[in-house]
Design a protein around this ligand. Structure first.
Ligand SMILES: NC(=O)c1ccc[n+]([C@@H]2O[C@H](COP(=O)([O-])OP(=O)(O)OC[C@H]3O[C@@H](n4cnc5c(N)ncnc54)[C@H](OP(=O)(O)O)[C@@H]3O)[C@@H](O)[C@H]2O)c1
Length: 299
């Protein structure tokens, strides 16, 4: 099958199409014929080698953490899904014609393949972070980096849960944030004061997707542990909480599918690329100016 892979860490140009063996669905997994795979920031961090601490890849790497497609193999012990079902979910090596998923949910009817693919990482991450914050309806949440893929999902999930949401973004994205139900403000200098003006009674929790201004975010809440970050790797030293992925995500994806089917959660597709254009997709992702999900369409 065709897949995008790289043999050495480096810039987007190390990505290229290659003929590779098809993966097989092991126990508890399904394999899909990929229709769309998402480009997430993790992918360029992995490709650049920033997480490899100077080592070279032991074998060629096919990037990709989420995708949507049609089930074509069902692994041992898997129930509730059949060959031919349309699903989206989380897996590995999804920049390919076939990929194995470790968690999935039915593709909501009416959603395009790219939008469905874009629900995976962004949706699961949002539910995980908001779950850690444990806010109640009527409480106030700040989403820092609200115009990105995860930020937009988090705003909508929080609004659906009855929270008041303030979101940081560049001025050009303020109308977008309003359309999702958030009150926008800009990030950068003066953030603490701007948020205090918008929420004089205080903010109950912060979800940081941007990985910047950790000190300011902590100053905005009473308890540093009410800052949950997915991108500020040193934040725990300041008392904030970092969350990474990897746990059982099936229940989260089912909830995300429900929200998307009801129209409470929509995915902004910033741009779609062919599989062979993965390098251009990475360059745009790395610019941090995509303002929505980037997808690779397959086949
Ligand atoms: N730990 C985990 O489990 C986990 C899971 C998923 C993602 N992540 C990480 O979370 C981060 C966000 O992911 P994503 O998919 O949402 O990325 P993304 O879609 O690429 O985010 C782009 C957005 O970041 C905003 N931005 C850029 N610089 C900013 C700044 N200084 N302050 C606030 N916002 C800023 C931009 O908003 P404007 O255009 O409005 O400036 C842009 O819309 C990435 O670092 C990713 O690796 C971690």
């Amino acid at each position: 099958m065709q897949a995008v892979q790289f043999e050495n860490y480096g810039g987007p140009e190390v990505l290229h199409l290659a003929e590779v063996d098809e993966p097989q669905a092991g126990p508890g997994r399904v394999r899909i014929r990929v229709k769309a795979a998402t480009v997430n920031p993790y992918d360029y961090k992995q490709r650049s080698g920033m997480m490899a601490r100077g080592a070279t890849p032991a074998a060629p790497i096919v990037p990709g953490l989420d995708a949507a497609g049609v089930v074509d193999q069902v692994g041992e012990g898997v129930t509730g899904v059949d060959v031919g079902d349309e699903v989206f979910g989380l897996g590995s090596a999804t920049y390919a014609e076939y990929a194995v998923l470790r968690a999935w949910a039915p593709k909501p009817a009416g959603l395009g393949w790219g939008e469905a693919a874009g629900l995976g990482v962004a949706g699961e991450t949002s539910l995980r972070a908001l779950g850690l914050l444990g806010l109640r309806p009527g409480q106030t949440l700040l989403v820092h980096g609200a115009a990105g893929g995860v930020g937009q999902a988090a705003v909508q999930v929080a609004v659906a849960e009855g929270l008041r949401v303030i979101g940081t973004a560049s001025e050009a994205n303020h109308d977008l944030l309003r359309s999702l139900g958030a009150e926008p403000t800009t990030y950068g200098e003066g953030l603490v004061e701007r948020v205090a003006t918008l929420a004089p009674d205080g903010v109950d929790g912060v979800f940081d997707t941007a990985g910047s201004q950790t000190g300011d975010l902590i100053a905005i809440v009473d308890d540093p542990a009410q800052v949950v970050t997915i991108a500020a790797y040193g934040a725990a030293e300041l008392g904030a909480r970092f969350t990474g992925g990897g746990g059982d995500a099936s229940a989260a994806l089912a909830k995300i599918a429900e929200l998307a089917a009801s129209g409470a959660l929509r995915v902004t597709l910033a741009r779609s690329f062919d599989l062979g254009e993965a390098a251009a997709a990475h360059a745009l992702s790395e610019s941090r100016k995509a303002d929505g999900k980037l997808v690779l369409t397959v086949g």
